[in-house]
Every structure is written in structure tokens, then in C-alpha cells.
Design a protein around this ligand. Structure first.
Ligand code: GTP
Ligand code: SPV
Ligand code: MN
Length: 606
């Protein structure tokens, strides 16, 4: 086999691709990642020496990174679905002709790895050996990406073994877009390219990913949003399954040991990690985590939908994570964790807004500047960036479910949709049937969060199925695909579908305590799946019966009634907005089933 890339693999296509990319990007050297702990440790040491990583005295084997202020989140305006036809990308994705985009990006990639090592990371999304798993190979010039991939996916030699000489893989090319001149180094500064040079590109027909210019999160850890959602959603459409922006949890009633599996789609920074790790405030219930961000769900032979979490770690939102809101996340990040853009304390620990205690003394904020908490100053800039994150191995979560690595996945009993909605949307309501559930997913709206760089935080936007930034094809076809998947499941095996909203506001404050108290809603969902729940039928679906609902003490009966009733005027406006502004975007591809469902609910509302 002729290969100049010192490859440990006998996969001719893979070696040819690595050769081709090295000729294009001109790295100083090529390194194939074996996935070992020694490799991780060595790479971290290099990052510490170069000044990019700060070891944290208070957390064993944990490190802090500060990114460039222009590189702190996904950039939706620079994310492209470059299908051959623009119509396949649809109205919700940015599109450039693939030939044109490749030409443009090839110019940027030319010599982009000068002065750097090119790392080749074979990775598996899904447990190795799972029939549902997919293999990718990421080429990157960022050691930060390598160590994050070590945590977020299964990486290294064991993946090459499964791939063999002819196995299929998704090529994922990544460069931070900051070549070094000879004798130059990064000077301790996070390397990336300016926003207008960033491209997060997907070629769905080729199942190919090209990312340039960003080293952060979903822009750079290409197994996550790029492969496991944008490319996987296209594969899933063609193969009859679902690749979704969903957590997966297991809830158990301890009195009889009965369990249900629930998947839930909320937009970015809207509570998936927190729900997946929830500690119930009601006695007799246990929640365990299967996944916190992505679910791949396939119809099984028994007609049920089986889900795996394709990831191996959590890339979780730091702000708001605290001992009393999410103790399982706090336990997961005690050691072996990468922190990005949080604040640093004098004694070598991390801190962020909403961590549950005041900032101890002087901090270094996410910009690397001294910062002292000033509670009187309401306009004080936060010490941690709103989209600062932790990267932690899933196995460190005390609540990780025994089924976390179940090769065939877990049978899903219920699917939840949700978003941040200060008004109108009740705490929970249930769809009357599958297509009604698809309707609910199609109209998800949420206040925009800091998880994307280039959007107005706080504004409500439609984010269908929490997949607006992650669907690799026409969203209208995606709705149709959901309807088709339902048709192929026997009605009695279909997951029941619900819509939740932890973010209703009253007098400017959250009306619902959220977090552990969300177990009260999960309990009702469990009982509805079991046929023992108490529900009231309304024009928008089933709502829990107030009298039997587990109300937390901090919520008055009146408030509970308010958040568990149908705001008829609000819903009329909501549906008018869907009809006039949201649905028309999908043109002829909008499934008739959804149009009918909308008309039916509008009619019932009067
Ligand atoms: P991505 O990783 O971006 O996909 O986000 P996610 O959906 O996993 O969101 P996550 O659970 O990390 O929560 C994001 C923010 O919402 C954090 O600041 C949480 O503290 C806050 N949050 C989560 N659940 C609740 C809740 O039930 N109520 C309230 N008020 N806030 C919540
Ligand atoms: C999200 O934005 O939904 C995330 C973080 O989960 S990222 O990996 O950056 O996409
Ligand atoms: Mn996410």
C-alpha cells in the first residue's frame, strides 16, 4: 500500500483522503490518534506549555481554556447545507452550490495547517459494535479538538479495527484557519479565523463535512452537530429512522420497579442536560441518564422506537449549573473535565454565574481579565461567557443509566418537545395522536439563547423539533419523514408525544421552579404512558387534572391552574402566527396532515 501519511490503517480510501488533505493543507507533520490516555495527557501537557490550557488545582486532571471572543458558540450564519439543489437544503438552511463552496473553501484550506500538526481522529458515534453506530474520521489541526473528541466520542485504534479495510466512514475535515509562519507560535492565544472566513459546511449527497475557521464546540467537534445531526438526519431520512436533538432518560417508579424511557427535544441551552440528569423532588421516583443532547432512534422488530445516544460525553452549558439545580452534572465535572470560557478563581477552581455561591475573591473572567463580583452593579458583565461549557465523560455521571451503552438502544415510551416560552404555552400538554405530536414538534418556538453567536438573544423564534440549526435537508421533507416514521409503527407502540414549558413567567419571574420539580411532570407523562394518568381533554390536547397533579409547595393552586390551562386568546395568536408566518415558508413541501391539524385546532378554539 502506498501511503505517505504514516497510516496505521489499511483502508485505502481513508489513506488516500488523508494524503490528499495533507497535500492541500501542508501541515508540518501528521499524527494518527490512538485514543489512549497517554496520548490525551501528552496533548494536554503541550496545551499547558503553549499557554492555551490552565490546569485547575482544585479539580484533578481538569483544565481551563479561554477562546477568542469571536469564537464562543456555533455560527449559524456561516453554517451551510451544500446540497446539489438548493431546494433540498430548504428555506431554513444557508445554501451555496457545492462546487462553488468547495472552490472557495479549498482556497482557504490551501496551506492552512502550516506550522501545525495534522491530527487524524478515527471516531465512532455510538458504542463500538452497535449496529446503529456510525464511524467518522476527523482531520484537525487543533489539539483542543482532539482532547474534546477523546471525551465526546469513542476514538482511536479500536475504531480503525472496526472500520477495517473497506468500512464506511464520514470524512470530517477541520482546520482552525490560522497557519503559522516559521518559528511562530500561538503566543497563548486561541487560534481561529475571523467570522467572515468561517465555514461550517455539509455536503449531504457525499456525506462529507468541511469546517474552517472555528475551534469551538459544534463548529469544530464534528462528530456532534455536523455528523450526528446534519449528516445523520439525511441518512436517517433515506433509511427510515430519526436523528434528533434530544436527550434520553430512564424514569423508574421505585414501588414496582417499572421504567419508561423518555426522549426530549428542546432548543440549545433550553434544559436537555438538566432534564436528563434530574434528581426528582418527589419521593419514590428515580431518573437516570442515557443521553443529554442527541438521540438516534430506529424502529425495532417489535414496532417500538429504539434510541441510542451516539455520544460518550457531555458538552454542557456551565452557567446555571449548581449543586442544588443539577448535582449530577456537578459530580460529573469533579475531575477529568475540560472547561471553556468559565471564570478562574485564585485557588485554581472554576466559577460561573448561577453556580450556587458568590464569587470567591478576585477572579479571572473568560476574557482573561481580573473580575470582582459587584452585586450592586446590575450591568456588570458576566465572569463566565453565557455559552461557556464543560466537557466531561458521561461515565462520570452518578446517574448514568445501565443502558447507556446498550448496543440496540432503549425503547422510547414518550417524546417531549419544549422551549423557552414566557407566555401562552402550558407547563405540559399531550398530543392526541402521532400526527398531532408531529404538529407540536413543527411549531416549537423558543427564546434565543447564547448557544449561537450571531442571533438576538431573548427573541422568540420558531425552532421546529429543536432542529432548526441541525436539519441537513428541507424542513418540510423532515416533517413528512416524521409522519412516515409514525405510520410505520403500530399505534400501540408509538411513543406518546408531549409538549412542556418550564419557562412560563409571571410578574417577570419563572412561574414554575423547574429542575428537580420537573419530575412532577415526568411522573404524569409516565402515568399517561401507563394508562393510569388523570387528564382533561382540551382543544390543544390533554392537560393534567389539577386536583391529582403533584404540585410543589412553592407553586400556589392559582398559579398551577394558570400554567395548566389553555390561554385561548394566546393560542389563537400562536396559531395565526404559525399559519401566516411559519408554515408558508415550507411551500408545497408542508405536509397536508399538518395543515389539517392546524385547522382542526383553530376550529376547536373557536
Ligand atoms: P445544549 O447543550 O445547548 O443543547 O443545551 P441544553 O438543552 O442541554 O440546556 P441545559 O440543560 O444545559 O440548560 C441550559 C440553561 O437552562 C442552564 O443555564 C440551565 O440552568 C437552565 N435550565 C435548565 N433547566 C431549567 C429549568 O427547568 N428551569 C429553569 N428556569 N432553567 C433551566
Ligand atoms: C447546542 O448548541 O445545541 C450545543 C452546543 O449542544 S454545540 O455543540 O456547540 O452545538
Ligand atoms: Mn445541543
Amino acid at each position: 500500500m502506498s501511503c505517505c501519511c504514516n497510516s496505521p490503517s489499511n483502508h485505502a480510501k481513508l489513506n488516500a483522503w488523508v494524503d490528499e488533505i495533507s497535500v492541500l493543507t501542508e501541515p508540518d507533520s501528521i499524527y494518527w490518534c490512538d485514543g489512549s490516555k497517554a496520548e490525551y495527557d501528552e496533548m494536554v501537557q503541550t496545551l499547558v506549555q503553549s499557554g492555551l490550557a490552565t490546569p485547575l488545582a482544585k479539580r484533578p486532571n481538569s483544565f481551563l481554556f479561554r477562546s477568542d471572543p469571536s469564537d464562543v458558540a456555533r455560527v449559524e450564519s456561516r453554517t451551510y447545507i451544500a446540497s446539489k439543489s438548493q431546494d433540498d437544503a430548504g428555506p431554513t438552511n444557508n445554501w451555496i452550490d457545492p462546487v462553488e463552496l468547495k472552490a472557495e473553501m479549498s482556497k482557504l484550506y490551501k496551506g492552512s495547517m502550516h506550522g501545525r500538526t495534522m491530527y487524524v481522529i478515527p471516531f465512532s458515534m455510538g458504542p463500538i459494535g452497535s449496529p446503529i453506530a456510525k464511524i467518522g474520521v476527523e482531520i484537525t489541526d487543533s489539539p483542543y479538538v482532539v482532547i474534546n473528541m477523546h471525551i465526546m466520542a469513542r476514538v482511536g485504534t479500536k475504531v480503525l479495527d472496526v472500520l477495517g479495510g473497506v468500512g464506511e466512514f464520514v470524512p470530517c475535515l477541520h482546520s482552525i484557519g490560522k497557519p503559522l509562519l516559521s518559528c511562530q507560535d500561538d503566543n497563548g492565544k486561541w487560534p481561529s479565523a475571523p467570522v467572515e472566513k468561517k465555514y461550517i459546511a455539509h455536503f449531504p449527497e457525499e456525506k462529507l463535512i468541511w469546517s474552517y475557521g472555528s475551534g469551538y464546540g459544534g463548529n469544530a467537534l464534528l462528530g456532534k452537530k455536523c455528523l450526528a445531526l446534519r449528516i445523520a438526519s439525511v441518512i436517517a431520512r433515506d433509511e427510515g429512522w430519526l436523528a434528533e436533538h434530544m436527550l434520553i432518560l430512564k424514569i423508574t417508579r421505585e414501588s414496582d420497579g417499572k421504567s419508561k424511557f423518555i426522549a426530549a427535544a428542546f432548543p440549545s441551552a433550553c434544559g436537555k442536560t438538566n432534564l436528563a440528569m434530574l434528581v426528582p423532588t418527589i419521593p419514590g421516583w428515580k431518573v437516570e441518564t442515557v443521553g443529554d443532547d442527541i438521540a438516534w432512534m430506529r424502529p425495532g422488530k417489535d414496532g417500538k422506537l429504539y434510541a441510542i445516544n451516539p455520544e460518550a460525553g457531555f458538552f454542557g452549558v456551565a452557567p446555571g449549573t449548581a449543586e442544588d439545580t443539577n448535582p449530577n452534572a456537578m459530580a460529573s465535572i469533579k475531575e477529568n473535565t475540560i472547561f471553556t470560557n468559565v471564570a478562574l478563581t485564585e485557588d485554581g477552581d472554576i466559577w460561573w454565574e448561577g453556580i450556587g455561591y458568590d464569587a470567591p475573591g478576585k477572579l479571572i473572567d473568560w476574557n482573561g481579565k481580573e473580575w470582582k463580583q459587584d452585586k450592586a452593579n446590575k450591568d456588570q458583565k458576566p465572569a463566565a461567557h453565557g455559552n461557556s461549557r464543560f466537557t466531561a465523560p458521561a461515565k462520570q455521571c452518578p446517574a448514568i443509566a445501565p443502558e447507556f451503552e446498550a448496543l440496540g438502544g432503549v425503547p422510547i415510551d414518550a417524546i417531549l418537545f419544549g422551549g423557552r416560552r414566557p407566555s401562552t404555552i402550558p407547563l405540559v400538554h399531550q398530543a392526541k395522536d402521532w400526527n398531532h405530536g408531529v404538529f407540536m414538534g413543527s411549531i416549537v418556538g423558543s427564546e434565543i439563547t447564547a448557544a449561537a453567536l450571531d442571533l438576538k438573544v431573548g427573541e422568540v423564534r420558531r425552532d421546529p423539533f429543536a432542529m432548526l440549526p441541525f436539519c441537513g435537508y428541507h424542513m418540510g421533507d423532515y416533517f413528512k419523514h416524521w409522519i412516515e416514521v409514525g405510520k410505520n409503527l403500530p399505534v400501540e407502540s408509538q411513543p406518546k408525544i408531549f409538549f412542556v414549558n418550564w419557562f412560563r413567567k409571571k410578574d417577570g419571574k419563572f412561574a414554575w421552579p423547574g429542575y428537580g420539580d420537573n419530575s412532577r411532570v415526568l411522573k404524569w407523562v409516565f402515568e399517561q404512558c401507563d394508562g393510569t394518568g388523570k387528564a382533561v381533554e382540551t382543544p390543544i390536547g390533554y392537560i393534567p387534572e389539577i386536583a391529582s397533579f403533584d404540585r410543589p409547595e412553592s407553586v400556589s393552586v392559582d398559579t398551577l391552574k394558570e400554567i395548566l390551562s389553555v390561554d385561548v386568546e394566546g393560542w389563537k395568536k400562536e396559531l395565526a402566527d404559525v399559519k401566516e408566518k411559519h408554515y408558508p415558508k415550507f411551500g408545497a413541501k408542508l405536509p397536508k396532515e399538518l395543515v389539517d391539524k392546524l385547522a382542526e385546532i383553530q376550529k376547536k378554539l373557536g
